[in-house]
Design a protein around this ligand. Structure first.
Ligand SMILES: [Zn+2]
Ligand SMILES: [Zn+2]
Length: 351
């Protein structure tokens, strides 16, 4: 199999030819055809998350040790089955749920693999991911049928859409006039607008520093947009019932929390980095909620796929690039030059 690997953090990925693994037990070997490029791939590429105050969390400490293949928006075709893998057939196209836990702890058994407490096996995070012609999946239950959905868009459901869906499920009940701010209108923020609309939010405020991304947000249904570089950005956003932050910087956190009405909720998804310093009394006095959200469960991905099948999700702009362009895709994403999502095409390599 051919994989694009992080050999040294921050340096270009290297193409390497390795032996294709043979599925054992309940494992399924998938031939990857589409692989989404996500913002958190940049942190894995860099090798750390910025915790603020000069502190860092290094990805090698959770099993992401080079050479490592990133990629956690995988879509492909069943190529081979382990002797105990049941329920799928060779040749079937499937979306792969990447947030796989140990499968044994109580949290995993309750269907919340993404919060596994004893040994996550997240594809592209602590197991080899989908910047590769092949990926080994531990069990067929992590494979989803997406017939009727474009393959490249389907790939992006595995991280960006399910993350947005899970964040939206953490919002307080919305009244008719309630507005929800979406901070950061990159790949996640744009699909979040669509997810929020599908879940009944009527007034969505798209917020970003890039007018091209704000235009895309309006196209996808944001009623109002705010360029957060504006001096009066906070006034423009003031009084929202909720803010979902897909950036996760000190500036966006401060803005999202300050803009909430009383009883509002700030949901943090973005991993840009830094730390939060906030006076304590107003959190109680304003009765606001501050909550984190990390990717989503298998059940939530199934719900997202069902929405997409019913045409309830408007596809974000997707740009397909050849797998060979993995490095320039990461560079462009890092530089903020991508509107929507880049999806790598691995099918061309197999030909
Ligand atoms: Zn992601
Ligand atoms: Zn577990």
């Amino acid at each position: 199999m051919l994989s694009w690997e992080i050999v040294e953090h921050g340096k270009p990925l290297q193409k390497s030819l390795r032996e294709t693994p043979k599925p054992q037990g309940t494992e399924v070997l998938m031939r990857i055809t589409r692989s989404g490029v996500c913002h958190s791939d940049l942190h894995i590429w860099d090798g750390y998350f910025d915790l603020g105050g000069g502190k860092r969390f290094y990805v090698k400490d959770r099993g992401c040790v080079p050479p490592f293949t990133p990629g956690h928006e995988p879509f492909g075709i069943v190529e081979a089955l382990g002797p105990r893998a049941k329920g799928v057939k060779v040749g079937q196209k499937k979306l792969i749920y990447p947030w796989i836990g140990c499968g044994k702890c109580a949290v995993c058994k309750a269907g919340q693999d993404n919060y596994c407490v004893s040994g996550s096996r997240f594809l592209g995070v602590n197991r080899p991911g989908a910047y590769s012609t092949h990926v080994l999946v531990p069990d067929p239950k992590y494979l989803l049928d997406t017939a009727g959905i474009d393959d490249a868009f389907a790939a992006t459901l595995a991280c960006s859409a399910v993350t947005a869906y899970s964040a939206a499920s953490k919002l307080p009940p919305l009244n008719k006039g309630d507005a929800v701010a979406v901070l950061g209108c990159g790949g996640l923020g744009l699909i979040a607008i669509s997810v929020l609309k599908a879940r009944g939010a009527r007034t969505i405020v798209g917020c970003d520093i890039d007018d091209a991304k704000l235009a895309a947000a309006r196209k996808l249904g944001a009623k109002k947009t705010v360029n957060t570089r504006a001096a009066d950005a906070l006034q423009q956003m003031q009084g929202v019932a909720a803010a979902i932050d897909f950036v996760g910087s000190p500036a966006t956190a401060a803005l999202g929390i300050a803009a909430l009405r009383k009883g509002g909720r700030y949901v943090l998804c973005g991993l840009y980095g830094g730390e939060l310093a906030h006076p304590l009394p107003p959190i109680a006095q304003r009765a606001i909620g501050i909550v984190g959200s990390y990717v989503g469960s298998l059940q939530e991905l199934k719900a997202v796929v069902a929405l997409a099948k019913k045409r309830k999700l408007r596809a974000t702009p997707v740009e397909i690039r050849p797998a060979e362009a993995a490095n320039s895709a990461l560079e462009d994403l890092k530089a903020g030059r991508v509107v929507g999502r880049i999806v790598l095409d691995f099918e061309s390599l197999a030909a």
